[in-house]
Design a protein around this ligand. Structure first.
Ligand code: IVH
Length: 674
């Protein structure tokens, strides 16, 4: 098809518009139009270009999908070498650097510097000829690099064509910058790799380098790479007199620079700049490894020159290292409030980014095996996201000869109960009913409204009872005396008596509530109901074997193993027996109980298909009760359209909230038995 001039101008208009919006989005970080509108323009451009392939140009914004794989990268020379930087590690070394410069320039005047974040990625140079991107190369050894043009073109923050709104397009413009991977993209990429069974990247810098040096640029295209430009190489057609001028003009060409660069007058200002940035380093969405300090005046830069591949006019003031090496002295296991066991590496203390690190979670058994971490190993540690310490990897060559793989304990290190790893779960759990590590959480759950419903037994009381050793397991609650309770903080005789009454009342319960209250891992309210209906009494359930449990519709191998381990632990059996001895009892005929008999409903807002009175009648017909005000006694709030303060209050109290649709689904379930 021959392209008409209309088509040509539509294509050119689209390209101009897309370039402009790329610039707004990537360089100014200030998009003007919604993403959907941008996508629409891009689709139209792709459509026209596929109809008229002869009109596709290398600088079209469509040319970012990646090209077919290369055999190998070509090496290309840099016309001006890409230098590296000398490093400084403390304020003293930076003052030395400043003194050297003054000495060489024979001056006592303050030197003007530019401070810039030192991005942790890899350096590239992009060449524009007549404003069109023609080549992208890695730094390599500084004199020759690898031609990664196809890959560079997939990075959206790098324009394929320079903008030049105020000045003529330079005939040649070599821009230099640091490609990096923002932390968010890095984490997402590693998560995806984990899912696909691929090894994760150790840090964002490796991820950026690995992504850019792909022979198949379609892979690069899918990686979240970004860039900050920080300088120029060969430039024809413009002259600059200061480095700051370069940094100001790069964005005008559409080349993004780091907004945190500063002009500093004298060395003390630059030192302050460094410490200010160090303080907020962890708040940045990307990793920096220091600041680069450059003499601003290009004439002075020329006078200072360079030694052994590093300029005398610049230095990198490095942040304290974020990775260090240390040795694992032990692996201990912690028990969390929910009974999950977490292995923790105990390490020789080491300073990482200014904080002492001596412990790091190893998460779970799979993670230990994946990294093959053993006691005695030397490891690389880092502070993930700058805060939480983590073991990155083992240095295998330093492994002591007899280091043994870590074996998870079979018994809980806190209470000695059986530890299980349920099928399909990543973590090990303690199955002890009275494990002190979990006791506070377990007692709160036991007393909660939908379990044994001992309303007065709130968090603060539970804490006191446990801290004073009055409650060591569920059964102890039923042995509490008036005097013991009255002696607790903020308790009087009257409130103590109220609590005792509530404890007494709670003894009359139902089997589902009792089962739910025991806090058996994976057995929530619903499964408690299913089990109670199936077995009818506790003895039958406690002696049910695997085959019997697996025969129930909703029960799989996980729950089966959880129940079997829980009920076979002697300590658990003992506590259950003590509860029954104390007078806890349940109605045996769970099968015929009305389904909503333990629910108290409040309605608020309008229901679409029924009046409030109709809804109340149906609930009552199913054994439930209804009320008009929201209080702690309420178990369910149905919130229709225009729900007001009642809904608000329900949220505050953490009461279950149902939409009218969810409510009707419940009614349907119970009104039409299968
Ligand atoms: S200037 C002569 N500025 O650090 C000037 N480099 O060790 C040389 N880097 O290869 C580079 N951020 O990869 C400069 N704002 C920045 C930088 C930066 C990161 C990297 C770059 C360079 C290395 C020098």
């Amino acid at each position: 098809m021959m392209a008409s001039s209309d088509v040509k101008s539509e294509i050119e208009d689209l390209r101009e518009a897309i370039r402009y919006h790329n610039y707004r989005y990537y360089v100014l970080d200030d998009p003007e139009i919604p993403d959907a509108e941008y996508d629409r323009m891009m689709r139209r451009l792709l459509e026209l270009e596929s109809l008229y392939p002869e009109l596709v140009t290398p600088d079209s914004p469509s040319q970012r999908v990646g090209a077919p794989p290369l055999e190998a990268f070509e090496t290309v020379p840099h016309d001006l070498p890409m230098l590296s930087l000398a490093n400084g590690f403390d304020d003293g070394e930076i003052r030395e650097f400043d003194k050297r410069i003054k000495r060489m320039l024979k001056t006592d005047e303050k030197i003007e510097y530019v401070g810039e974040p030192k991005m942790d990625g890899l350096a590239i140079e992009v060449r524009y000829e007549g404003g069109i991107l023609v080549r992208g190369a890695t730094r390599g050894d500084g004199f020759t690099g690898e031609d990664v043009t196809a890959n560079i073109k997939t990075i959206r923050a790098i324009p394929l064509k320079l903008r030049a709104p105020h000045s003529p397009i330079p005939t040649r413009f070599d821009a230099r910058g640091e490609i990096f991977m923002p932390l968010e993209g890095f984490r997402a990429l590693n998560q995806q790799r984990k899912k696909e069974g691929l090894p994760p990247f150790a840090n964002p810098r490796n991820a950026a380098a690995g992504s850019l040096r792909q022979l198949d640029s379609r892979i690069t295209a899918a990686r979240p790479l970004d860039i900050y430009f920080y300088g120029v190489g060969v430039v024809e057609g413009i002259t600059f007199t200061t480095h700051w001028e370069i940094l100001k003009s790069l964005p005008e060409f559409g080349l993004k620079t780091n907004p945190h660069a500063r002009v500093c007058h004298g060395v003390e200002e630059i030192i302050t700049y460094f410490h200010d940035l160090l303080k907020v380093r962890d708040d940045f969405p990307y990793e920096m490894d220091g600041v680069v300090i450059k003499v601003n005046d290009l004439g002075l830069q020329r006078r200072l020159g360079e030694v052994s591949r590093s300029p005398r006019w610049a230095i990198a003031y490095k942040f304290p290292a974020s990775q260090e090496m240390t040795q694992i002295e032990d692996i201990t296991v912690q028990v969390g409030r929910t009974g999950v066991l977490t292995p923790v590496a105990i390490m020789k203390p080491v300073e990482v980014e200014g904080a002492t690190v001596s412990r790091a979670t190893l998460h779970n058994q799979d993670e230990i095996e994946r990294k093959d971490i053993r006691v005695g190993d030397w490891v690389i540690v880092q502070r993930a996201g700058g805060v939480i310490p983590e073991v990155v990897r083992v240095i295998r060559s330093k492994r002591p000869p007899h280091a043994q793989p870590f074996i998870f304990p079979k018994e809980c290190p806190v209470c000695g109960s059986t530890v299980v790893r349920l099928p399909g779960e990543a973590s090990h759990r303690c199955m002890g009913i009275s494990c002190p590590a979990q006791l506070k959480g377990k007692i709160r759950h036991f007393a909660s409204k939908r379990a044994m419903n001992i309303d007065g037994l709130g968090q603060k009381l539970v804490d006191q009872l446990i801290n004073r050793g009055l409650v060591k397991n569920f059964a102890d609650i039923y042995r509490l005396t008036l005097e013991e309770i009255a002696n607790l903080e903020r308790m009087g005789e009257k409130s103590a008596q109220n609590l005792l009454n509530e404890i007494e009342e709670s003894k009359a319960t139902t089997l589902p509530r009792f089962l739910y209250a025991l806090g058996i891992p994976l057995v929530g309210e619903h499964l408690a109901q299913v089990l109670a209906e199936h077995y009818g009494n506790l003895d039958a359930l406690m002696s049910a074997d695997e085959e019997s449990l697996m025969g129930i519709d909703e029960i799989g191998p996980q729950v089966t193993q959880s129940l079997r381990t829980f009920f076979s632990a002697p300590d658990n059996q003992k506590v259950i027996q003590h509860l029954l001895d104390a007078g806890v009892h349940y109605e045996k005929t769970t099968k015929n109980r009305l389904p909503l008999s333990s629910e108290v409903f409040v309605f608020t807002g309008t229901l679409p298909n029924m009046t409030r009175d109709e809804a109340k009648k149906i609930v009552e017909g199913l054994g439930g009760t209804t009320a008009n005000q929201v209080s702690r006694k309420i178990t369910c709030v149905v919130a229709g359209e225009k729900a007001g303060s009642k809904l608000q209050k329900a949220r505050e109290l953490g009461i279950r909230i149902l939409t009218p649709e969810a409510f009707q689904a419940i009614l349907r379930k119970y009104s039409n038995p299968k």
